[in-house]
Design a protein around this ligand. Structure first.
Ligand code: KIV
Ligand code: ZN
Length: 498
């Protein structure tokens, strides 16, 4: 048996069934083109009878992409099959995907039928689809909960009728990996004509088993996997393409091959997430924001020594530039030193210790520390060293029904002077106190506060511009406390007057 595993992407059909994820035809074409770049073998482009929009999308995708087979879904209903065949008329290689429910639930309470009649309808649908296309895939809906012996009869009949691919969907995501693998193994061993078709997995993620079930299916003989980008799909979603592909790539011992260019994975994930307005959870395997980021000191130190200490996939292999070291209060000196080096600062020994303490103080106030935060931390450290006049302490009282009052202490080359003033707000009060202390007649010309990254715990950057005797002086400071940053920047500007 060949070790090539065909990748059947159903992002544009099963994935697109998710409420709120609907795409227009232009967006679908964009996704289909990216799927082609990614190297999928089959694109399930839609369910043409379901709406004119879906019909049109299958037509346009058939025209827009060349390499993948274009597949259209139908029920085991003649009209569905005719419409699907019509939608596929421009496809270089078209496939009709037809099928019917085979579990006890579906046969009795959905289709109001009986097992023998279901087999007859399956045969009829496959034969009818074969009149239009050579490539017909048959799905036994809810195969996950279908008794294996009966499922084998259905599969044998569908292959005999002309099906080239047999899809074994775990429609409700019920199976456990061992159970799903055994189901595929049972079919491989008990369906006499199984070698005439490719067995396909189609797993849903209701119990979080979709990837495990899919791999178990492949290990037991399936050679096509039905997947979606980011695991999008009904309810808890479908099997995610990136997880299955990277599991196969990482476990070389399994010896499976796919035609996927893994470097296109992140690009595909981002495109689908943006167009379908479905953010990817941060800790999602392979494509989540945190999939290659390390935040604890022990892991950061290990990764810096050798990436493989804590990473089983090279991020570059899936299109991520590099792993990231997220600086938080749990980061160690090694991670800080490394990041500072990347930013062009070289600190060692006591100097590094000093910056590390400042970094920890900031990290305790902010969730994570960005490169911009580090730049500002270093700049303000260097400025503090140069400054002979600096803010020593600040206390403000403000709030509803309170007169804003500020007590400011300024250090003038070692001598500390204190002043209290009130104003129309805490910054106005503090600025009045500074003016009194610094004994300079200044006019505030510009005052700008900016948050650097995001979040209410962010560092605030303050720029001020003051005028004194016709001359302009500039001040700057950054602090998680914007009143402190404002006062520091004001002092910085006035101190420059000399
Ligand atoms: O989950 C399912 O059973 C399906 C079929 C229509 C293939 O999506
Ligand atoms: Zn499905």
């Amino acid at each position: 048996m060949s070790n090539k595993v065909y990748i059947f992407d159903t992002t544009l059909r099963d994935g697109e069934q998710v409420p709120g994820c609907q795409l227009n035809t232009i967006e679908k074409i964009e996704v289909a083109r990216q799927l082609e770049k990614l190297g999928v073998d089959i694109i399930e482009a839609g369910f043409p009878i379901s709406s004119p929009g879906d019909f049109n999308s299958v037509v346009e995708i058939s025209k827009a992409v060349t390499n993948p087979t274009i597949c259209a879904l139908t029920r085991a209903v003649k009209k569905d099959i005719e419409v699907a065949a019509d939608a596929l008329k421009f496809a270089k290689r078209g496939r009709i995907h037809t099928g019917i429910g085979t579990s006890y639930y579906h046969i009795t309470s959905k289709l109001n039928s009986n097992p023998d009649e279901i087999i007859e309808r399956a045969i009829e649908a496959v034969k009818y689809a074969r009149r239009f296309v050579e490539d017909v895939e048959f799905y036994a809906e809810d195969a996950g909960r279908t008794e294996n012996e009966y499922l084998a009869r259905v599969v044998e009949a569908a292959i005999k009728a002309g099906a080239t691919v047999i899809n074994i969907p775990d429609t409700t995501g019920y199976c456990l990996p061992g159970e799903y693998g055994e189901k595929i193994a049972y079919l491989m061993n008990h369906v006499p004509n199984v070698d005439k078709a490719i067995i396909s997995t189609h797993c849903h993620n209701d119990l979080g088993m979709a990837t495990a079930n899919t791999l178990s299916g492949v290990i037991n003989g399936a050679r096509q996997v039905e997947v979606t980008i980011n695991g999008l799909g009904e309810r808890a979603g479908n099997t995610s393409l990136e997880e299955v592909v990277m599991a196969m790539k990482s476990h070389k011992d399994l010896d499976f091959e796919t035609g996927i260019d893994a470097k296109q994975i992140i690009k595909s994930s981002k495109l689908v997430s943006t167009l379908m307005r479905m953010p990817v959870q941060a800790n999602k395997a392979i494509v989540g924001r945190n999939a290659f980021s390390h935040s604890s000191g022990i892991h950061q130190d290990g990764v810096l020594k050798n990436r493989e200490n804590y990473e089983i996939i090279d991020p570059a292999d899936v299109g991520v530039k590099e792993s990231s070291i997220v600086l938080t209060a749990r980061s160690g000196r090694a991670a800080l030193k490394h990041r500072l080096q990347v930013l062009g600062y070289n600190y060692e020994g006591a100097e590094l210790d000093n910056i590390y303490q400042k970094f920890l103080a900031l990290a305790d106030k902010k969730k994570d520390i960005s490169d911009e935060d580090l730049d500002i931390l270093i700049d303000s450290e260097q400025e503090k060293e140069d400054r002979s006049i600096r803010l020593e302490s600040l206390q403000v009282i403000c709030g509803k029904s309170t007169i804003p009052t500020a007590t400011v202490a300024v250090n003038f080359s070692g001598d500390v002077f204190t002043e209290t003033a009130s104003g129309n707000g805490p910054i106005d009060a503090a600025f009045s106190a500074v003016k009194n202390l610094m004994k300079r007649k200044v006019h505030l010309e510009e005052f700008l506060i900016q948050a650097i990254t995001r979040g209410s715990d962010d560092l605030g950057k303050v720029h001020v511009q003051v005028e004194h005797k016709g001359q302009t002086y500039y001040g700057f400071a950054a602090n998680v406390d914007i009143v402190s940053a404002s006062v520091e920047s004001f002092i910085d500007a006035i101190a420059k007057i000399g």
